[in-house]
Design a protein around this ligand. Sequence first.
Ligand code: GLY
Ligand code: MN
Length: 460
Amino acid sequence: MFAKEVYVRRRRTLLAKMREAGQSGLILFVGNAEAPAQFKDNCYKWRQDSSWLYYWGLDEPLMAAVMSIDSGEEILFADDVEIDDIIWMGPQPGVESKAASVGVLRHRPYGEIAAWMEERVKGRPVHFLPPSRYYNTLKLQQLLPGGKPSEALIKAVISMRLVKEDIEIEAIDAACALGYEMHSVARDAIEIGIVEQEIVGKMESVALAKGWGVSFPTIVTQHGETLHNHLHDKRVEPGKLMLIDAGLESNEHYASDFTRTYPTSGKFTAKQREIYQIVYDCNELAFSLTRPGITYREVHLATARKMLEGLQALGLVQGDLDEMVAAGIGGLFQPHGLGHNMGLDVHDMEDLGENLVGYDPDQTRAKQLGLGSLRMARRLVAGHVITDEPGIYFIPALIEKFKKEGLGYDFVNYAKLEGYYDFGGIRIEDDVLVTADGARRLGPCRLPASPDEVEAVLAR
Ligand code: GLY
Ligand code: MN
C-alpha cells in the first residue's frame, strides 16, 4: 500500500475530473468479494479489484465506498470483525483505523449500503465502473436496479490510471526485476526430456516466493504458434523452440509480462534463426519508435511492414510492402497486436472496456486480423506503460483458411509456407515506459534477446 496521501490525492483528482466533465451525484466503488471454488469457505486466491486498489488501497474483501461529487463527502462501507472471525483469522485492525490509513473519515457497516443508498440517492445519478466479477454485477443490480456503468467515470479513471505516477513506475520496475528472475529460472530449467510443467513449477515458485503470484496464466510451450497455450504436458524435445510468456504480480499488485523464445538444443537452426532475427528486429524497431507523440497504432503498422520485409527476403511473401500492410497480410503471421497497457492489471484496465482504454476518441479499431487485436493504439504520452511484443507464428489451420478463401494470393507464397507447418512460433516481449523524450525498458536489465545473446546465455 502507498501512503494515505496518495489515495486522498487520487480521489480528489477524480472528483475534480468528474466536476470538470459537468457530472454530479455520487460515485460508488464496490470492492471484490471472496469467490468460492467449491464451497463458501474454500475460495479462489484472493485478489482485490484493481480500480478499488488504486483509489481505496484496502486489500480486503467486502468493502464499498461512496463519494459525493457535489460535497466531496466520502464513506467507507466495511465490517469490523467479530469473535468468530478472530477465531479463524486472528486479531484484525478495526475499520476505523483501516479507513484512516487511506484518509477516509467516515464508515458504516457493509450491510448498510443498500439502506444508505435508498435514503440518499433520491434520483441523483450514481456513477459506477463496469464490474469485473459476477458477484459485483449482482450486487450492483441489487443496489441500482437497471443502472448502467458511467462512461464519464470510466473515462476519468482511465485518464488517471493510464499515465503512471512515479511511485507506480517504481513498483512496476520492481515487478519487472522479479519477472526477470522468474524468466532466468525458467530459461535455466530447459532440459531435453523433462516435461514443460517442471519448468512452470520452478518459474512460478519465484512468483510465489517473492510476489503475489503470476500475473496471468503462464505460457510455456514448444507450440508457440498457439498464442495462449496453457498446456504444459509435453516433454522437451531437441531442435524445438520453447516459448515462455510469463509475468508476476508483486505484493503491491503491479504486473510484469515478458516473453522469450529459446532453441531447446541451445542453438537455433538456420531456419529458426532467420525467423527469430525478424521478430527481434521488429521488437527493436518498435522500441526505437516509441516516444511521446507517435501512436502505438503507427508503431504496430511499422513493425508489420518490417516483418513482411523480412519474410519477403525469405521468399515467404512477395509484392509491395505497403500494399501488403494495407491488405492485412501481417495478420496471417502475427494475428495479435503489438502490445497492451500494463499496470495494476497485466492487460491494464481492459475490464473497463478495451476500446475506451486503448483508443483515443479520434481512433477507430480496425476489423482486420492482427491490427484488429491491437489493444493499445493511442497516441503515446510520457507515463504510459506498454508491452512491445511482436511475434511470428506459423498456424497451419489459419494459413489453410487464408488459402481456401483465396486471401492474399497476390502476396503469399503458400507452397513455400508448407515447409513451416511444424515450425511453431516466436514472440519477444519487453515492458516499456514512455518517457519525456523516448522510452525505457522496465526492470533493472533486459533479458537476453538477440539471437547471439540467447545462444550465449543458454551455453552458460
Ligand atoms: N502475455 C500474455 C498477453 O499479453 O496476453
Ligand atoms: Mn503481453
